[in-house]
Design a protein around this ligand. Sequence first.
Ligand code: PLP
Length: 341
Amino acid sequence: MAKNIDWKNLPFGYLKTDYNVRCYNRNGQWGELEISSSEYIDIHMAATALHYGQEAFEGLKAFMGKDGKVRIFRWEENAKRMINSAKGIMMAEIAMDIFKKACFKAIELNKEYIPPYGSGASLYIRPMLVGSGPQVGVRPATEYLFLVFVTPVGPYFKEGFKPVTMLLTREFDRAAPLGTGNIKVGGNYAASLRAQEKAHEHGCANAIFLDAKEKKYIDECGPANFFAIKNNTYITPESKSILPSITNMCLFDLAKSEGMKVERRNIPVEELSTFEEAGACGTAAVISPIGKIVDSMMGQTYVYSKDGNPGPISTKLYEKLLGIQTGDIPDTFGWTEIVEI
Ligand SMILES: *Cc1c(COP(=O)(O)O)cnc(C)c1O
């Protein structure tokens, strides 16, 4: 039985569930999966995660379908990305089968928290990998904790699928081209907070970063990837400092399958004035349509939505992807997997 939760008004935030799943790697060996009912982890005060940023995470979702089946979305891609993140900051690499087992187990153990079909909510799955062993000198830990918790979440924006305004920041960089921008590590988020704060001060939802080296091209879009539409073409930036978004990969493939052209390439700032639609994409919101981009330092504003509504192509792609995730639209791509609960 589902818990007595006001599913329709669920925020995108943390709600306590009953269990989480953990696994330790000690001296290069993964141990057994452990089930915990504690929201806390007992961690050494000299853990590398706390001092030297050995921390990576993932975010994916599971959905209750109309048919009563629970579908998890593209977990293999998240597992592969977490392995890449681990490589990038010298952590023990999580094994694909442990990643899968832990996610599926966490869903099953907390099945009463899976939001019902039609509520607009979903079960967010948050795997994390942290250096839990102590080091005082700068070097990788010899102990790692992999943990998966789940929490039911409402739509990312309570206003729904509505265009947001973004601030083009020229004051801050999130990541360097040969740095850690392409892996999902906490440090990138810490580095993006001041830009986000500045965006909020300007009344914007978040900041769009420029490439750190030349300051010419559109890079990451807050905690999401940027895409734009023009001439029936889906365009998304090519960059070494962007996190490869799985949502973006899906939209790219969906656009292609809809007969659109697709381009992954540099997007110079000057091109912003030529786009018909723009958006930010990621697991949390799927697509946040961008209604406006404000380049306050250059005194420029680019407008993509005049009537306060998302563009037709963004809307179509959003509905398709969400439909596949919930099982409303047949998944011809093999992106979803049924979780037996
Ligand atoms: C997680 C993340 C994204 C979105 O990735 P998805 O796989 O689509 O959820 C985009 N940019 C950054 C910086 C991220 O951390």
